[in-house]
Design a binder for this molecule. Structure first.
Ligand SMILES: *Cc1c(COP(=O)(O)O)cnc(C)c1O
Length: 348
């Protein structure tokens, strides 16, 4: 059996194809020879468009993927003896193979609990207070994911409170925005309202899960801290020589707000999937569906049945919780097929 056999529509938002606008922009960028290493009009236009969208004069860098974006951004904020407060289920802790610790050359991640994938300020307070001055790593940054790994979204006030908490302790605020577009679509707010206006210092803005093939942006709102970041990116092997081919698809996303439409579609289909699974198959939804993830509580038999019917998806957090991701390309038919198979299995 081919490793690609079966249906990957809900396995992740990175199983989706490249969206048509990103694809068209890539083709357009392939028309002529231009300068390398980001000295091209595509890269310049993406950076300008980001400054327009965020309504501020921020510094923008390209890297190939989200792990590099997070690890290098944190390395820019932290010395080896610093620590980073993050949620216990954060991607930087569970899914980056120690890249943040590696690129910071020793910074420690301090794991903080909190419901629905969001950092609880009370627990953050306790964690930071428990650090033994001089003898523990010095707390230097808080990292949150927006949207979170559990498909929930921090409100503007929640981010402002965390930023305030960080600022009071002379700590930076980093946002892992692999699904930042989904958060903006969910809150229906100006991007600035949940970033620099409330005190975010650096945002890793994801394009891959929104519709490109690769390429994430590291956006510094606090421009004092971006000094020499270009060297850090190059040394880490993350400077694309043909950068226009990372930039052009991004420009496809940022033109006419395709990024927002893609995210709105992904969020909308996730809500549809959740409500149909709940209504038609009586399946429990575990976390609020704020963005494009649906976490379901399912028994072992149902998981086996759905896998046998060809569906790919992954367990998360607990043995009986699975994650279903929607993307820009999820269709009503995908949802109907999945719900029908789940219903059949349960009634089988
Ligand atoms: C997907 C994802 C990333 C980036 O992962 P890469 O595979 O390195 O691109 C980062 N943070 C979160 C929360 C993610 O879901």
């Amino acid at each position: 059996m081919s490793p690609d056999a079966g249906r990957y529509e809900f396995a992740s938002d990175n199983t989706a194809t490249i969206c048509p606008e990103a694809w068209a922009a890539l083709e357009e960028a392939n028309a002529d020879a231009v300068a390398s290493y980001g000295d091209d009009r595509w890269t310049a236009r993406v950076c300008d468009r980001i400054r327009e969208i965020f309504e501020t004069d921020c510094d923008v860098y390209f890297v190939f993927n989200g792990t590099a974006a997070n690890a290098l951004a944190l390395a820019q904020l932290c010395q080896s003896f610093h620590s980073v407060g993050c949620h216990e289920y954060s991607h930087i802790h569970t899914d980056e193979c120690g890249a943040p610790e590696f690129f910071t050359k020793g910074s420690k991640l301090l794991l903080i609990g909190g419901a629905n994938g969001k950092i609880d300020i009370g627990q953050a307070e306790k964690m930071i207070a428990s650090q033994n001055e001089l003898h523990s790593h010095k707390p230097r940054a808080i990292s949150i994911a927006q949207a979170t790994e559990f498909g929930t979204v921090y409100t503007r006030d929640e981010i402002a409170a965390i930023a305030e908490f960080a600022r009071a302790r002379e700590m930076f605020l980093h946002v892992d925005g692999a699904r930042f577009a989904n958060a903006v679509a969910s809150l229906n707010c100006a991007p600035k309202a949940i970033t620099w206006e409330v005190g975010v210092d650096v945002l890793c803005f994801g394009g891959t899960k929104n519709g490109t093939a690769a390429g994430e942006l590291v956006v510094f709102f606090n421009r004092e801290i971006s000094r020499e970041f270009d060297y850090r990116v190059k040394q880490a092997g993350q400077l694309g020589s043909k950068m226009r081919f990372l930039a052009a698809p991004w420009l496809g996303l940022l033109t006419n707000d395709v990024w927002l439409r893609n995210a709105q579609h992904a969020n909308h289909t996730a809500r549809q999937l959740a409500s149909r699974l709940q209504d038609e198959a009586k399946i429990d939804i575990v976390f609020p569906v704020d963005a494009n993830a649906v976490f379901v509580r399912v028994n072992e038999q149902l998981v086996r049945d759905l896998h046998a019917r060809g569906w790919h998806f992954y367990k998360f957090v607990e043995r009986d919780i699975c994650r279903l991701m929607c993307s820009w390309s999820t269709t009503d038919q995908d949802i109907s097929d999945f719900v029908a198979d789940a219903t059949k299995s349960l009634n089988g």
